[in-house]
Ligand binder design. Structure first.
Ligand code: SAM
Length: 192
């Protein structure tokens, strides 16, 4: 994807306060693709080092377990909802560093494709190697132009970055096969 030279580089600043104006929001939406690529190019390595493979929240059913245990619990729930053991094709939208795509690839007989708009995020994702797993730089807003449909579509912790949610839902609905599953998570409370 080519960089957009007209993309905004900073938010408007009022004295002592950072203000997201209507104009800035509109400008962000017009240039979201480049802005997302820039933003995640800046933070991807840091998150990889100090967080982990996942860039979403976890459920802590007991409240005092480790992050690893909480993620294992959370992902088991998500896998159950997705019901992918016998799926042919599975898609993760905005897959980030690919941790959950990799988990899904281990739990299905089918193939898993992870798409993300950020090359920086995907450069981390590509270290996950499995015969049935692939990654592609692609925009969720245009996912219906991929020319493919999927038995299950997972989407986590990325809805807030999309410029037009209704348009995104419409595009996503077109890539879910009839009878397929679409799963989206925005956050997770401490007790699920
Ligand atoms: C908070 S991270 C979540 C990553 C992953 N879903 C996870 O839970 O680990 C948000 C991701 O959304 C991606 N993203 C934002 N807007 C996107 C778009 N329009 N199309 C594809 N990916 C997008 C970013 O590049 C980033 O990797």
């Amino acid at each position: 994807m080519s960089a957009d030279p007209a993309a905004p580089t900073r938010l408007s600043m009022a004295p002592g306060v950072m203000t997201l104006t209507k104009e800035t929001a509109q400008s962000f939406n017009e240039h979201y693709a480049t802005s997302m690529q820039r933003m995640f190019a800046a933070v991807s390595d840091l998150y990889a080092e100090y967080w982990n493979d996942f860039f979403h929240f976890a459920i802590f059913p007991k409240g005092n377990e480790s992050w690893d245990d909480a993620f294992a619990f959370t992902h088991a729930k998500y896998l159950k909802a997705l019901d992918i053991p016998n799926a042919y094709k599975v898609l993760e939208l905005a897959c980030g560093r690919g941790g959950f795509s990799n988990i899904m690839a281990q739990h299905t007989k089918g193939t898993v494709l992870g798409i993300d708009i950020s090359g920086a995020q995907l450069s981390h994702a590509k270290r996950h190697e499995a015969k049935n797993l692939s990654f592609k730089q692609y925009d969720v807003m245009k996912v219906d132009q991929l020319g493919e449909t999927f038995d299950a579509v997972a989407y986590m912790a990325a809805a807030c970055y999309l410029p037009d949610k209704a348009k995104a839902v419409s595009a996503i609905s077109r890539v879910v096969k009839k009878g397929g599953v679409s799963f989206s998570s925005i956050g997770a409370s401490r007790r699920g």
